[in-house]
Write a protein that binds this ligand. Structure first.
Ligand code: NAD
Ligand code: USQ
Length: 407
């Protein structure tokens, strides 16, 4: 199949593009390199030494003989360029990773709030409008987030996108009819950041275009990715994936692994009672391939799949890492507004039924510390670790009391 990977230079997009190319698909990457520019803006960098898109793609060709195209289009701002690209390449599948994905960055200041809304909502809407304008019948696979459901305790197993409800029937003047009416609605959303809000807005755009234009759309509600490399990115040093550890882009488990490797106290926010969904990066690329192999038929509602393999409480993760390394952890002020403690039970039946065999934390954690975090520890800038984006003005930076000066 001909596949466009939007955001294919990023943490998820790069290994996904390589995996799809390895499977024999004809892959093109579209990426405006905004993520690399944000690193420069923040003075941060990937722990792993990532190469330019051109060097990466040349290395892939040298190692495997397979070619990947690269288009530096900004899909949020250059709508005409996107239309021309779709008309020229006429993809069978578009995998859409191209959004600003850090919750802390999206809460930094009005500049980043507005950028995140503008970039993410326009990127998604431009893809949908361009598909309709060009008449390209591609299956759109979008990377959404488990965070659309919110992180309160639901008191039930969160379904895959839709909730079946019964409502009391009423006639036109509001008099109960005594009937119970069955309805299926999108699971009520409760985003915890401006970034998560953009994924909620995406959901509604998808529902409209699936209904109005019969577009075929799969929305993957993905949990937090951990790990760095996949079978494909390990084929050559020049294919290495990015590894974010800074206070804005580093996600919790990868941050803890890196912190353990450099002897920095693990930064557990608040009580560490937050329960979140996780999935290893090798399972993520497998899920993308499975979603592509199992498209919705035209005219169906958006297919929503929860993409997670495990749920864990943050302090339990920190404890586990302290047990397998000699790391220490510290409860630091939580710079976010979130429930101090929550339970999370979520259905992930679709991918398991399609044959996903999860990589578990117990298998992969130690290898990740040794193969990535310790290997590149000398590239770490410890001043970039504290989480300094605050959800409200009266919160405190998530910095521990005692920190080493260098790695
Ligand atoms: P990333 O920032 O590493 O990659 C996103 C890529 O998209 C970057 O290379 C960036 O340059 C590109 N991009 C952004 N806006 C663009 C635009 N307007 N035009 C063209 N390219 C643009 O993020 P990631 O971790 O790879 O996440 C990819 C997707 O997966 C995101 O949508 C994110 O919300 C979702 N997701 C990520 C995680 C995670 O743990 N990393 C978890 C759940 C969902
Ligand atoms: N946390 C800590 N210490 C840290 C960093 C984070 O305790 O040093 C806590 C946070 O307070 C939060 C939890 O860990 O309670 C998760 O934070 P995170 O930064 O790992 O994840 P999040 O902000 O939710 O965002 C990440 C990705 C985002 C994706 C989301 C999936 O950046 O793109 O959508 O995970 S989910 O969490 O399922 O919504």
């Amino acid at each position: 199949m001909r596949i466009l990977v939007l955001g294919g230079d990023g943490f998820c997009g790069w290994p996904a593009a390589l995996h799809l190319s390895q499977l024999g698909h004809d892959v093109d990457i579209v990426d405006n390199l905004s993520r690399r520019r944000i690193d420069a803006e923040l003075g941060a960098d990937s722990l792993t030494p990532i190469r330019t898109p051109e060097e990466r793609i040349a290395a892939w060709q040298e190692v495997t003989g397979k070619t990947i195209g690269f288009h530096p289009t900004d899909i949020a701002q250059d709508y005409d360029g996107l239309v021309a690209l779709l008309a020229r390449t006429r993809p069978d599948v578009i995998v859409h990773f191209a959004e600003q994905r850090a919750a802390p960055y999206s809460m930094k200041s009005p500049v980043q709030k507005r950028y995140t809304i503008d970039n993410n909502v326009n990127a998604t809407h431009n893809v949908l409008a361009a598909l309709v304008e060009t008449g390209v019948d591609a299956h759109l696979v979008h990377l959404g987030t488990m965070g659309v459901y919110g992180y309160g305790t639901a008191g039930m197993r969160i379904p895959e996108g839709y909730l079946d409800v019964k409502v009391d029937g009423e006639d036109a003047d509001g008099t109960p009819t005594g009937e119970l009416i069955d309805q299926t609605i999108l699971y009520p959303t409760n985003p915890g950041s401006i970034y998560h809000m953009t994924k909620v807005l995406d959901q509604h755009l998808f529902a409209f275009y699936a209904k109005n234009d019969k577009l075929r759309i799969t929305d993957l509600h993905q949990g937090i990715i951990w790990g760095t490399n996949t079978a494909e990115t390990q084929l050559d040093e020049r294919l290495v994936n990015r590894f974010d550890y800074d206070g804005d882009y580093g996600t919790v488990l990868n941050r803890f692994l890196m912190q353990a490797a450099v002897g920095y106290p693990l930064t557990v926010h608040g009580t560490g009672g937050q329960t979140r969904a996780f999935i290893h990066i090798t399972d993520m690329v497998r899920c993308i391939a499975l979603a592509i192999e199992n498209p919705p038929a035209g005219g169906e509602r958006v297919k929503i799949i929860n993409q997670l393999t495990e749920t864990h409480r943050v302090r339990d993760l920190a404890q586990l890492i302290c047990e397998i390394t000699d790391a220490q952890m510290e409860l630091v002020p939580n710079p976010r507004q979130e429930s101090a403690e929550n339970d999370l039970f979520a259905s992930n039946d679709t991918f398991l039924d399609l044959g996903l065999e999860p990589t578990t934390l117990s298998e992969g954690l130690l290898a990740e510390v040794e193969e990535t975090a310790r290997r590149y520890a000398d590239r770490a800038d410890l001043t970039k670790i504290p989480a300094s984006s605050l959800w409200t003005k009266n919160q405190e930076v998530g910095a521990p009391s005692r920190v080493p000066e260098t790695a």
